[in-house]
Structure formats: C-alpha cells, structure tokens
Design a binder for this molecule. Structure first.
Ligand code: C2E
Ligand code: CA
Ligand code: CA
Length: 526
C-alpha cells in the first residue's frame, strides 16, 4: 500500500533489524544447541571408553583370582614337587608370565626359575608390607625391562604366604587402551603411584600431564584406575561447529525471512503510527466552521496531519482508514484530544463555539471514547461545545450505538459525517438522533455542475430541515456554492473558500484577522 511505501525506510530498517536479530538468535541458539550436544556426546565417548576398559581389565583379572585360590594348596610344598603343576597352571593362563609361591615371607618357588630364595618384603614392600593387592613393576628376569603387573593373593591375614602372579600387562594394555581419536588421545593404566601408558613400554611415576585430563575412572574390584587424556570436550565440540554452520545458517535465514514477512503488515503500520506519535510527527490542524447567516466563525473541526520526516505529508485519507483497520485509531484520537485541550486557552471560551472531532466507530466499543473523554476532555473543564463527528465507514453495532446515545445524553453533540455517502445514513437518523448532518464535499461540488448529485444535496437539505437537524456543508470552494447553500438555509459552511485547515496554534491569529475584516467590510462575510 501507499502508506507502506511512504512509511519509511526507517520502518523497513526496523523490520530488517528485528528479522536480523531473530535470525542471529536462531543462528546462535542452533549453534549453541549443537555445541552442547556435541560436548555431551564427546564426554560420553570418554566415559564409555574408560568404563569399557575397566570392565575388560576386571574380566581378565578375575580368572587369575580363581586360579590363585585353586593353586593356594601348593604353597608350602617343596618347589620340585609343585613346579610341574605350576607350569601346567601357567599354560592355561595366557596373560600370566610367571607364578611365584611365597612362604614365610620368602619367594621360594617360581614357575619359570624353580627354587629361589628372595625376601618378599624386601623385593615388593608395597605388597608384603603395605598390603596392596597389585603393583606395576619392571620385569628383572625373563624379559628384562618390560612392564609387568604383580597380582598378590595372600594365603592368610598375616600376609607372609601366598601366590604372586606376574602378569604381562603390556600385552593387555596394548589391546585394551588403544586410544580412539579425537576424544581419547592417551589412555593410562594406574596402580598406586605407578602408571603404564598405551604405546609406552615403561612404567612411569604417575605425573600430572601437560595435557588436559579428560576423564578418570576406577575399578570397583581391583585397585587400578584408568586416566584418559585428550582435548577438553568443549574444545572438541567447538571444532565441530564449522560443519554445523550451513544448516544453522539455513535455519536462521529461513526464520529471519518468516519474521520479515510476518512483520510486513500489521506490525509495520502499528509501528509507524506509534513511532509517529512518539516522534511528534502528527499535528492537529483545524478548519473553521462558518455560520452561514452571520459569517462568523462558529467553531472548528480538528483534522489530523502526519508529516513524516522522510516522506513529507501523508494524507489522512490514506492513514486514517489504515489506522482504523489496525485498531490504531483510538491512540490518534486521544492525541487529538490532548492537543486540543493543550490549546484550549487559545480558543474562544464560550459554549457557542464548537469543537468538532472525528471519531471512528470502533472507538465506541466498550465505551472507550467515553473513558477517554473522562480522562482527557472533561478534567480541563472546557467551555466550548464538543461535537463528535461519526463517519459511516464502518457500520456501528447496536451496542455501540447505545454508547453514542449515552454520549449524547451527557451533553456531547453528535454529527453524522460524509452524510449521503455511506450505507446506513437514514437508519442513523432514527437511532442516533444526531444534532448535525455534514453534507459531504462531493455534493457541494455538484452544485451547478452535476444535476443528479445536486438533487441529492437538495433532498438532504430538506430532510435535515424537516427533522430539525443542523446542516454543515463541507468542501465549499466557491462563492456560488456558498450563496446557494446559504439560500437553501444550510446553517454552517466549511471549505477552502473560507479557510484551509491550519495548525491549531495559527487559529487565534486567523480568527482575529477575520473579525477585523468583518468589522471593516461586514457585507462580504455576512
Ligand atoms: P472529513 O472529516 O470529511 O474532513 C474534511 C476533509 O475535507 C478534510 O480532509 C479537509 O481538509 C477537506 N476539505 C476541507 N475543505 C475543503 C474544500 O474546500 N475542498 C476540498 N476538496 N476538501 C476540503 P482531510 O483533512 O484530508 O481529512 C480527510 C479525512 O480524514 C477526514 O474527512 C476524516 O474522515 C479523516 N480524518 C482527518 N482527521 C481525522 C481524525 O483526527 N480522526 C479521524 N477519525 N478521522 C480523521
Ligand atoms: Ca469530519
Ligand atoms: Ca467529509
């Protein structure tokens, strides 16, 4: 529509900003959502990796416990007697490199080397003295320097006899701790202070790594833990974001476009009008109402003007119907009311002076106009007579017609505007009993030019006179029209012939000049 065009790049920019903000929000939210999702997924991967590794280690260790208990009966027997059963047992346990029997704190028999005489407490104080069940160590005998895990099963509580299994932990860890990139870069098996890392055949003291520890978990059955190193889940998740970007962008553009479309109609106009009220782009003009008999000014009609900063003047014939359609007419009428109240001191303070305001039919719903008058008009204790001009653009529901009557009852005069152009003029005459009929300017323009419309003009005039309703003729542009209407007995004349609409604050000056002129040449105006 034309208003939309006139309405401003400013508004379009505003819509664009709203659409862009929504699009940006959708983009950010989508990426944030994907980020959190990826982060949780990565964290879950690490947790799963660790718990699966722990379960597998546990499953590998538990048959060794069974084997140790089954072999416990051999402890104390002479080494040459037990050597063969030990080797046999060993053959069934793939992960065990050697089994050593300990009696009276002495490692006296090994499945590999046979008899020996090594002090258990001295060799492995962690197990013998500290009562640990497991320790990581380095093989000093068979495969020198290779990492082994010692699993100690004590015969009884004094911890001086039992079975020591030397486990080939490197083989196990090579198969159970293989990192899964990108979330697990390094996986470490820890027992006490010692640790064994995948791919590193050395037992090292567990030391804090420069890398971030991404996860750590402990076995519930054996004294070992698994530590995982890798980029922080958040960091990894961040790296996945570029691949999410196209979809997120598509979604955000789509939403932005929908918002752009959705704000096009309703919001556009409401925003423009609200903005224009706040930016004081509206001004209240007035057009004098001339007494046809005396030529004096009987009052004014208030007319809104919109001066858009960029588009210039916007015609009320454009913005008023749109404002009505979008329920924005009431704020405009309130603006007119507050402006005229502000200018009351400049206007004649007598009840014979009329102030006419245009009120849209929707403003009568729920007595809104009465409430507005109670708040804005009556508190100012105005002396002039208020006239409410009601157009017939929209039909007035019966309930709202009652509000008009109430208004009437409390002393506000009622005028039917544009009389003869709407649909329900005649029925309004009966139901609303108006005080004034305003003959629309098309009928005034018809005088002397258009026989049919001129006939309608005559009929309206005689109808009003018969019903004793005052008549105002709008759009009087020529002396001929004025003379004709005056002759016909029309009470009030309004039109460019007398005065064009002017800013409210210019009216006192106009009135003074007119009164001076009429004093000098009374015949011209009378
Ligand atoms: P309207 O109530 O019939 O107002 C009279 C219109 O005729 C005004 O147009 C006025 O400027 C114009 N006019 C006055 N004398 C002459 C003349 O000699 N020749 C011609 N050709 N035109 C003349 P305007 O101000 O453009 O307003 C147009 C319509 O917009 C008004 O028609 C009224 O229906 C509506 N309007 C204006 N202000 C308001 C308002 O504050 N509230 C509401 N609800 N409607 C308004
Ligand atoms: Ca009017
Ligand atoms: Ca009119």
């Amino acid at each position: 529509m034309q208003v939309s065009q006139e309405a401003s790049g400013q508004f379009r920019r505003r819509r664009l900003v709203i659409a862009a903000v929504v699009a940006a929000l959708v983009l950010i939210l989508t990426l944030a959502f994907r980020f959190v999702e990826a982060k949780n997924h990565i964290a879950l991967q690490s947790r799963t990796f660790a718990s699966e590794a722990i379960q597998r280690f546990d499953r590998l260790f538990s048959p060794l416990d069974v084997a140790a208990n089954n072999t416990m009966g051999l402890v104390g027997l002479p080494c040459d007697q037990v050597r063969f059963p030990l080797v046999e047992k060993l053959a069934s346990l793939q992960t065990v490199r050697a089994i050593v029997l300990v009696q009276d704190d002495v490692m006296y028999c090994s499945s590999i080397f046979g008899s020996s005489n090594i002090n258990f407490s001295t060799a492995y104080p962690e197990l013998a003295v500290n009562n640990e069940r497991m320790m990581l160590s380095t093989d000093d005998h068979l495969l020198k320097g290779s990492p082994v895990l010692l699993l100690w099963t004590a015969h009884d509580t004094d911890n001086r006899a039992g079975i020591l299994q030397i486990i080939n932990i490197e083989m196990m860890s090579n198969y159970l701790l293989e990192p899964t990139l990108p979330w697990v870069e390094r996986a470490v098996f820890n027992v006490g202070e010692q640790s064994l890392e995948y791919g590193n055949p050395m037992i090292e003291k567990a030391r804090p790594s420069e890398d971030e520890v991404s996860y750590q978990d402990a076995s519930l059955r054996y004294p070992f833990t698994i530590t995982l190193f890798g980029p922080a889940p958040a960091q990894l998740a961040l790296m996945t974001l570029p691949s999410q970007l196209p979809l997120a962008l598509l979604l955000s553009l789509l939403t932005g476009y929908i918002v752009w479309l959705a704000t096009a109609n309703r919001m556009s106009l409401s925003w423009q009008i609200i903005y224009a009220i706040n930016a004081r782009e509206f001004r209240v003009y007035c057009q004098p109402l001339i007494n046809a008999r005396t030529g004096g000014c009987d009052g004014i009609e208030l007319l809104l003007r919109w001066h858009n900063a960029r588009q210039g003047w916007v015609s009320p014939d454009l913005f008023i119907p749109l404002a009505e359609r979008h329920n924005l007419i009431a704020p405009l009428t309130r603006f007119v009311l507050s402006e005229v109240v502000r200018h009351l001191p400049l206007l004649p303070a007598c009840s014979t002076f009329h102030i006419a305001i245009n009120v849209a039919s929707s403003h009568f719903h729920h007595r809104e106009i009465i409430n507005d008058l109670q708040q804005l008009w009556w508190p100012a204790e105005p002396k002039p007579q208020l006239i409410v001009e009601l157009t017939e653009r929209d039909a007035l529901p019966e309930m709202d017609q009652r509000v008009v009557t109430q208004l009437h009852d409390i002393g506000v005069k009622l005028a039917i505007d544009d009389f003869g152009t709407g649909h329900s003029s005649l029925s309004y005459l009966k139901t609303l009993s108006p005080d004034v009929l305003k003959i629309d300017k098309v009928f005034t323009a018809a005088i002397g030019t258009d026989a049919i419309n001129a006939t309608v003009t005559d009929m309206v005039i005689s109808l009003a006179q018969r019903l004793n309703i005052s008549l105002v003729a709008e759009g009087v542009e020529t002396a001929e029209q004025a003379d004709y209407l005056r002759e016909k007995g029309v009470d009030v004349l309004q039109g460019y012939f007398f005065a064009r609409p002017m800013p409210l604050e210019d009216f006192p000056h106009w009135l003074e000049e007119r009164q001076n002129a009429s004093r000098e040449t009374p015949a011209e105006n009378g």
